[in-house]
Design a protein around this ligand. Structure first.
Ligand SMILES: NC(=O)c1ccc[n+]([C@@H]2O[C@H](COP(=O)([O-])OP(=O)(O)OC[C@H]3O[C@@H](n4cnc5c(N)ncnc54)[C@H](OP(=O)(O)O)[C@@H]3O)[C@@H](O)[C@H]2O)c1
Length: 314
Protein backbone atom coordinates (compact mmCIF):
# COMPACT_ATOMS: atom_id res chain seq x y z
CA UNK A 1 0.00 0.00 0.00
CA UNK A 2 1.55 3.38 -0.99
CA UNK A 3 1.97 6.24 1.48
CA UNK A 4 -0.92 8.63 1.94
CA UNK A 5 0.73 11.10 -0.46
CA UNK A 6 1.29 8.28 -2.95
CA UNK A 7 -2.39 7.37 -2.78
CA UNK A 8 -3.35 10.82 -4.03
CA UNK A 9 -0.62 11.14 -6.66
CA UNK A 10 -1.64 11.16 -10.33
CA UNK A 11 1.90 11.05 -11.65
CA UNK A 12 2.07 9.13 -14.94
CA UNK A 13 -1.69 9.39 -15.51
CA UNK A 14 -3.61 11.08 -18.34
CA UNK A 15 -7.02 12.67 -17.79
CA UNK A 16 -9.54 13.58 -20.48
CA UNK A 17 -11.56 16.58 -19.27
CA UNK A 18 -14.58 18.23 -20.91
CA UNK A 19 -15.65 21.77 -20.03
CA UNK A 20 -12.13 22.79 -19.05
CA UNK A 21 -12.15 26.23 -20.69
CA UNK A 22 -13.62 27.96 -17.63
CA UNK A 23 -15.58 27.59 -14.40
CA UNK A 24 -15.52 24.33 -12.48
CA UNK A 25 -13.95 22.35 -15.34
CA UNK A 26 -10.95 24.64 -15.50
CA UNK A 27 -10.34 24.23 -11.76
CA UNK A 28 -10.67 20.45 -12.09
CA UNK A 29 -8.22 20.25 -14.99
CA UNK A 30 -5.63 22.40 -13.20
CA UNK A 31 -6.05 20.40 -9.96
CA UNK A 32 -5.48 17.12 -11.81
CA UNK A 33 -2.36 18.58 -13.38
CA UNK A 34 -1.13 19.79 -9.97
CA UNK A 35 -1.44 16.19 -8.78
CA UNK A 36 0.79 15.07 -11.68
CA UNK A 37 -1.58 14.15 -14.50
CA UNK A 38 -1.28 15.13 -18.15
CA UNK A 39 -4.53 16.53 -19.49
CA UNK A 40 -6.50 16.14 -22.72
CA UNK A 41 -8.83 19.13 -22.92
CA UNK A 42 -11.95 18.70 -25.02
CA UNK A 43 -13.14 22.09 -26.27
CA UNK A 44 -15.43 23.49 -28.96
CA UNK A 45 -12.40 25.12 -30.61
CA UNK A 46 -8.80 26.11 -29.93
CA UNK A 47 -9.39 29.83 -29.37
CA UNK A 48 -9.18 29.50 -25.58
CA UNK A 49 -5.74 28.32 -24.53
CA UNK A 50 -5.66 29.70 -20.98
CA UNK A 51 -6.25 26.35 -19.24
CA UNK A 52 -3.74 24.65 -21.50
CA UNK A 53 -1.17 27.31 -20.58
CA UNK A 54 -1.85 26.92 -16.84
CA UNK A 55 -1.32 23.16 -17.10
CA UNK A 56 1.91 23.57 -19.07
CA UNK A 57 3.18 26.07 -16.48
CA UNK A 58 2.80 23.25 -13.94
CA UNK A 59 5.14 21.11 -16.07
CA UNK A 60 2.42 18.77 -17.36
CA UNK A 61 1.40 18.09 -20.94
CA UNK A 62 -1.89 19.55 -22.17
CA UNK A 63 -3.48 18.63 -25.49
CA UNK A 64 -6.58 20.26 -26.95
CA UNK A 65 -9.02 18.13 -28.92
CA UNK A 66 -11.99 19.90 -30.50
CA UNK A 67 -15.54 18.63 -30.41
CA UNK A 68 -18.92 20.28 -30.11
CA UNK A 69 -20.45 18.22 -27.32
CA UNK A 70 -23.88 19.11 -28.66
CA UNK A 71 -23.14 17.07 -31.78
CA UNK A 72 -23.62 13.31 -31.35
CA UNK A 73 -21.42 12.57 -34.38
CA UNK A 74 -18.52 14.72 -33.13
CA UNK A 75 -18.76 13.06 -29.73
CA UNK A 76 -18.80 9.58 -31.28
CA UNK A 77 -15.54 10.24 -33.13
CA UNK A 78 -13.73 11.85 -30.19
CA UNK A 79 -12.34 8.90 -28.22
CA UNK A 80 -11.29 6.97 -31.37
CA UNK A 81 -9.32 10.08 -32.48
CA UNK A 82 -7.60 10.40 -29.11
CA UNK A 83 -6.69 6.71 -29.01
CA UNK A 84 -5.49 6.72 -32.63
CA UNK A 85 -3.02 9.44 -31.65
CA UNK A 86 -1.53 7.02 -29.14
CA UNK A 87 -2.91 8.47 -25.89
CA UNK A 88 -4.08 6.25 -23.07
CA UNK A 89 -6.83 7.57 -20.80
CA UNK A 90 -6.68 6.84 -17.06
CA UNK A 91 -9.19 9.44 -15.87
CA UNK A 92 -12.34 10.81 -17.51
CA UNK A 93 -13.99 13.95 -16.17
CA UNK A 94 -17.32 14.86 -17.76
CA UNK A 95 -17.77 18.46 -16.68
CA UNK A 96 -19.10 20.37 -19.72
CA UNK A 97 -22.69 21.42 -19.25
CA UNK A 98 -25.29 23.95 -20.27
CA UNK A 99 -28.37 25.42 -18.65
CA UNK A 100 -31.65 26.58 -20.25
CA UNK A 101 -34.40 28.16 -18.16
CA UNK A 102 -38.09 28.46 -19.10
CA UNK A 103 -41.31 27.75 -17.25
CA UNK A 104 -42.13 24.08 -17.83
CA UNK A 105 -45.28 24.77 -19.87
CA UNK A 106 -43.28 26.85 -22.37
CA UNK A 107 -40.07 24.81 -22.50
CA UNK A 108 -39.00 24.60 -26.20
CA UNK A 109 -38.14 21.25 -27.79
CA UNK A 110 -34.85 22.63 -29.13
CA UNK A 111 -33.64 23.56 -25.66
CA UNK A 112 -34.77 20.20 -24.27
CA UNK A 113 -32.85 18.33 -27.00
CA UNK A 114 -29.72 20.44 -26.63
CA UNK A 115 -29.55 20.10 -22.85
CA UNK A 116 -30.17 16.34 -22.98
CA UNK A 117 -27.48 15.92 -25.65
CA UNK A 118 -24.74 17.97 -23.96
CA UNK A 119 -25.51 17.11 -20.33
CA UNK A 120 -26.56 13.47 -20.61
CA UNK A 121 -26.16 11.70 -23.99
CA UNK A 122 -22.61 13.00 -24.48
CA UNK A 123 -21.69 11.84 -20.98
CA UNK A 124 -23.10 8.39 -21.74
CA UNK A 125 -21.10 8.12 -24.99
CA UNK A 126 -17.84 9.25 -23.37
CA UNK A 127 -18.28 6.97 -20.34
CA UNK A 128 -18.99 4.03 -22.66
CA UNK A 129 -16.10 4.70 -25.05
CA UNK A 130 -13.49 5.61 -22.44
CA UNK A 131 -14.66 2.76 -20.20
CA UNK A 132 -14.34 0.30 -23.10
CA UNK A 133 -10.76 1.54 -23.59
CA UNK A 134 -9.97 1.22 -19.87
CA UNK A 135 -11.26 -2.35 -19.86
CA UNK A 136 -8.64 -3.30 -22.48
CA UNK A 137 -5.77 -2.10 -20.30
CA UNK A 138 -3.84 -3.90 -17.58
CA UNK A 139 -4.42 -2.35 -14.14
CA UNK A 140 -1.73 0.11 -12.94
CA UNK A 141 -1.14 -0.29 -9.19
CA UNK A 142 -4.38 -2.27 -8.95
CA UNK A 143 -6.44 0.41 -10.71
CA UNK A 144 -7.66 0.61 -14.32
CA UNK A 145 -9.18 4.07 -14.17
CA UNK A 146 -11.54 6.62 -12.70
CA UNK A 147 -14.57 8.26 -14.26
CA UNK A 148 -16.03 11.34 -12.60
CA UNK A 149 -19.27 12.88 -13.87
CA UNK A 150 -20.50 16.26 -12.75
CA UNK A 151 -24.03 15.99 -11.42
CA UNK A 152 -26.00 18.67 -9.55
CA UNK A 153 -28.32 19.19 -6.61
CA UNK A 154 -31.09 18.75 -9.19
CA UNK A 155 -29.91 15.17 -9.52
CA UNK A 156 -31.95 14.81 -6.31
CA UNK A 157 -34.62 17.52 -6.78
CA UNK A 158 -36.68 18.83 -9.69
CA UNK A 159 -35.50 22.45 -9.61
CA UNK A 160 -37.64 25.35 -10.84
CA UNK A 161 -37.91 26.21 -14.58
CA UNK A 162 -35.12 23.73 -15.45
CA UNK A 163 -36.93 20.50 -16.43
CA UNK A 164 -34.36 19.50 -19.08
CA UNK A 165 -31.38 20.21 -16.83
CA UNK A 166 -32.98 18.37 -13.90
CA UNK A 167 -33.82 15.39 -16.11
CA UNK A 168 -30.28 15.26 -17.49
CA UNK A 169 -28.64 15.60 -14.08
CA UNK A 170 -30.99 13.02 -12.56
CA UNK A 171 -29.90 10.78 -15.43
CA UNK A 172 -26.24 11.46 -14.60
CA UNK A 173 -26.74 10.06 -11.10
CA UNK A 174 -28.35 6.87 -12.47
CA UNK A 175 -25.85 6.49 -15.30
CA UNK A 176 -22.99 6.82 -12.80
CA UNK A 177 -24.44 4.03 -10.66
CA UNK A 178 -25.22 1.84 -13.69
CA UNK A 179 -21.66 2.00 -15.06
CA UNK A 180 -20.26 1.56 -11.57
CA UNK A 181 -22.25 -1.63 -11.02
CA UNK A 182 -20.68 -3.18 -14.12
CA UNK A 183 -17.15 -1.89 -13.75
CA UNK A 184 -16.32 -1.82 -10.01
CA UNK A 185 -15.20 -5.45 -10.28
CA UNK A 186 -12.85 -4.41 -13.12
CA UNK A 187 -11.22 -1.77 -10.86
CA UNK A 188 -12.73 1.14 -12.77
CA UNK A 189 -14.35 3.59 -10.35
CA UNK A 190 -17.32 5.59 -11.58
CA UNK A 191 -18.44 8.40 -9.31
CA UNK A 192 -20.09 11.80 -9.58
CA UNK A 193 -19.73 15.15 -7.87
CA UNK A 194 -22.91 17.14 -7.24
CA UNK A 195 -22.01 20.83 -6.87
CA UNK A 196 -24.25 23.20 -4.97
CA UNK A 197 -24.52 26.83 -6.07
CA UNK A 198 -21.18 27.83 -7.55
CA UNK A 199 -20.27 31.33 -8.73
CA UNK A 200 -19.58 30.68 -12.42
CA UNK A 201 -20.86 31.99 -15.75
CA UNK A 202 -23.62 29.37 -15.66
CA UNK A 203 -25.26 31.19 -12.78
CA UNK A 204 -24.93 34.68 -14.21
CA UNK A 205 -28.71 35.19 -14.30
CA UNK A 206 -29.15 34.08 -10.69
CA UNK A 207 -26.20 36.13 -9.51
CA UNK A 208 -27.48 39.29 -11.20
CA UNK A 209 -30.84 38.89 -9.49
CA UNK A 210 -29.88 40.21 -6.06
CA UNK A 211 -32.99 38.99 -4.30
CA UNK A 212 -32.67 35.48 -5.75
CA UNK A 213 -28.95 35.37 -5.00
CA UNK A 214 -29.62 36.37 -1.40
CA UNK A 215 -32.40 33.79 -1.00
CA UNK A 216 -30.06 31.06 -2.27
CA UNK A 217 -27.30 32.22 0.02
CA UNK A 218 -29.65 32.13 2.98
CA UNK A 219 -30.05 28.39 2.41
CA UNK A 220 -26.33 27.57 2.39
CA UNK A 221 -25.15 26.82 5.94
CA UNK A 222 -21.51 27.40 4.93
CA UNK A 223 -22.50 31.06 4.49
CA UNK A 224 -21.14 31.55 0.97
CA UNK A 225 -21.63 30.41 -2.60
CA UNK A 226 -19.10 27.85 -3.77
CA UNK A 227 -16.15 28.69 -6.02
CA UNK A 228 -14.50 26.40 -8.59
CA UNK A 229 -11.46 25.77 -6.36
CA UNK A 230 -13.79 24.11 -3.82
CA UNK A 231 -13.65 21.02 -6.07
CA UNK A 232 -9.90 20.51 -6.10
CA UNK A 233 -9.85 18.12 -3.14
CA UNK A 234 -12.82 16.03 -4.19
CA UNK A 235 -11.63 15.59 -7.78
CA UNK A 236 -8.19 14.39 -6.69
CA UNK A 237 -9.77 11.99 -4.19
CA UNK A 238 -12.11 10.51 -6.81
CA UNK A 239 -9.48 10.41 -9.58
CA UNK A 240 -6.81 8.70 -7.51
CA UNK A 241 -6.25 5.39 -5.77
CA UNK A 242 -7.31 7.10 -2.54
CA UNK A 243 -10.89 6.24 -3.56
CA UNK A 244 -10.20 2.72 -4.84
CA UNK A 245 -13.07 1.27 -2.76
CA UNK A 246 -15.50 4.13 -3.55
CA UNK A 247 -17.70 3.70 -6.61
CA UNK A 248 -21.24 4.64 -7.59
CA UNK A 249 -21.10 7.54 -5.14
CA UNK A 250 -22.63 10.98 -5.76
CA UNK A 251 -20.52 13.31 -3.63
CA UNK A 252 -22.29 16.57 -2.85
CA UNK A 253 -20.00 19.58 -2.56
CA UNK A 254 -22.44 22.29 -1.59
CA UNK A 255 -21.59 23.94 1.72
CA UNK A 256 -24.23 21.70 3.34
CA UNK A 257 -26.97 23.26 1.16
CA UNK A 258 -28.81 19.98 0.49
CA UNK A 259 -29.31 19.50 4.21
CA UNK A 260 -31.52 22.60 4.35
CA UNK A 261 -34.15 21.56 1.80
CA UNK A 262 -37.50 22.44 3.26
CA UNK A 263 -40.74 23.83 2.00
CA UNK A 264 -39.75 27.41 2.74
CA UNK A 265 -36.76 27.22 0.43
CA UNK A 266 -38.92 25.95 -2.40
CA UNK A 267 -41.22 28.92 -1.90
CA UNK A 268 -38.27 31.26 -1.73
CA UNK A 269 -37.10 30.05 -5.15
CA UNK A 270 -40.64 30.02 -6.50
CA UNK A 271 -41.01 33.73 -5.77
CA UNK A 272 -39.03 34.32 -8.94
CA UNK A 273 -41.74 32.73 -11.08
CA UNK A 274 -44.74 34.35 -12.56
CA UNK A 275 -47.14 34.23 -9.57
CA UNK A 276 -49.82 32.97 -11.95
CA UNK A 277 -48.08 29.62 -12.33
CA UNK A 278 -47.95 29.07 -8.57
CA UNK A 279 -50.71 27.24 -6.78
CA UNK A 280 -53.05 29.84 -5.30
CA UNK A 281 -52.97 28.11 -1.93
CA UNK A 282 -49.36 29.08 -1.32
CA UNK A 283 -49.03 32.42 0.39
CA UNK A 284 -45.52 33.45 -0.53
CA UNK A 285 -43.53 34.52 2.51
CA UNK A 286 -41.37 37.60 2.80
CA UNK A 287 -37.75 36.76 2.14
CA UNK A 288 -36.82 37.32 5.80
CA UNK A 289 -39.06 34.46 6.91
CA UNK A 290 -36.84 32.07 4.95
CA UNK A 291 -33.56 33.36 6.32
CA UNK A 292 -30.98 31.00 7.64
CA UNK A 293 -31.31 30.69 11.42
CA UNK A 294 -28.66 33.00 12.76
CA UNK A 295 -28.18 32.98 16.49
CA UNK A 296 -26.03 36.10 16.59
CA UNK A 297 -28.11 38.47 14.53
CA UNK A 298 -31.58 36.98 14.07
CA UNK A 299 -33.17 36.08 10.76
CA UNK A 300 -33.12 39.36 8.89
CA UNK A 301 -29.58 40.02 10.19
CA UNK A 302 -28.65 36.67 8.67
CA UNK A 303 -29.96 37.80 5.30
CA UNK A 304 -28.15 41.11 5.31
CA UNK A 305 -24.94 39.43 6.41
CA UNK A 306 -25.43 36.92 3.60
CA UNK A 307 -25.87 39.66 1.05
CA UNK A 308 -22.73 41.44 2.16
CA UNK A 309 -20.80 38.14 2.02
CA UNK A 310 -21.99 37.83 -1.56
CA UNK A 311 -20.80 41.33 -2.43
CA UNK A 312 -17.39 40.63 -0.92
CA UNK A 313 -17.10 37.54 -3.15
CA UNK A 314 -17.78 39.65 -6.23
N1 LIG B 1 -22.21 26.43 -11.43
C1 LIG B 1 -23.02 25.72 -10.66
O1 LIG B 1 -23.61 26.24 -9.69
C2 LIG B 1 -23.26 24.27 -10.94
C3 LIG B 1 -24.07 23.56 -10.05
C4 LIG B 1 -24.30 22.22 -10.30
C5 LIG B 1 -23.72 21.59 -11.37
N2 LIG B 1 -22.94 22.29 -12.21
C6 LIG B 1 -22.35 21.57 -13.34
O2 LIG B 1 -20.95 21.76 -13.35
C7 LIG B 1 -20.46 21.70 -14.68
C8 LIG B 1 -19.64 22.94 -14.97
O3 LIG B 1 -20.47 24.07 -14.75
P1 LIG B 1 -19.87 25.56 -14.71
O4 LIG B 1 -20.70 26.30 -13.76
O5 LIG B 1 -18.40 25.53 -14.56
O6 LIG B 1 -20.29 26.04 -16.18
P2 LIG B 1 -19.68 27.14 -17.13
O7 LIG B 1 -18.79 28.09 -16.41
O8 LIG B 1 -20.86 27.69 -17.87
O9 LIG B 1 -18.76 26.29 -18.14
C9 LIG B 1 -19.38 25.35 -18.99
C10 LIG B 1 -18.30 24.57 -19.71
O10 LIG B 1 -18.92 23.62 -20.58
C11 LIG B 1 -18.41 23.82 -21.91
N3 LIG B 1 -19.43 23.50 -22.91
C12 LIG B 1 -20.74 23.83 -22.87
N4 LIG B 1 -21.34 23.39 -23.99
C13 LIG B 1 -20.38 22.81 -24.76
C14 LIG B 1 -20.38 22.20 -26.04
N5 LIG B 1 -21.50 22.12 -26.78
N6 LIG B 1 -19.24 21.71 -26.50
C15 LIG B 1 -18.09 21.81 -25.80
N7 LIG B 1 -18.02 22.36 -24.57
C16 LIG B 1 -19.17 22.88 -24.06
C17 LIG B 1 -18.06 25.30 -21.95
O11 LIG B 1 -17.20 25.56 -23.04
P3 LIG B 1 -17.17 27.02 -23.76
O12 LIG B 1 -16.24 27.88 -22.94
O13 LIG B 1 -16.67 26.75 -25.13
O14 LIG B 1 -18.58 27.53 -23.75
C18 LIG B 1 -17.41 25.48 -20.60
O15 LIG B 1 -16.11 24.96 -20.59
C19 LIG B 1 -21.70 21.57 -15.58
O16 LIG B 1 -21.92 20.22 -15.89
C20 LIG B 1 -22.82 22.07 -14.69
O17 LIG B 1 -24.07 21.53 -15.05
C21 LIG B 1 -22.69 23.62 -12.03
Amino acid sequence: MPSVFGLFSLRGRTALVTGGTRGIGEALAVALAEAGSDIILVQRDTSNTSTQEKIEELGQKAYIYTADLGSASEVASLVPRVLQDGHGIDILVNCAGIQRRHPAHQFPDNDWNEVIQVNLSTVFTLCRDVGAHMLTREPKDGHRGSIINIASLVSFQGGITVPAYASAKGGIAQLTKAFSNEWASKVINVNAIAPGYIATDMNEALIKNEERAASILARIPAGRWGVPDDFKGSIIFLASRASLYVSGEILTVDGAGTRTCYRGSWLCAARQLDPDVLPKTYALPQISSNARADSSSGQSGGISRSISTWHIMQ
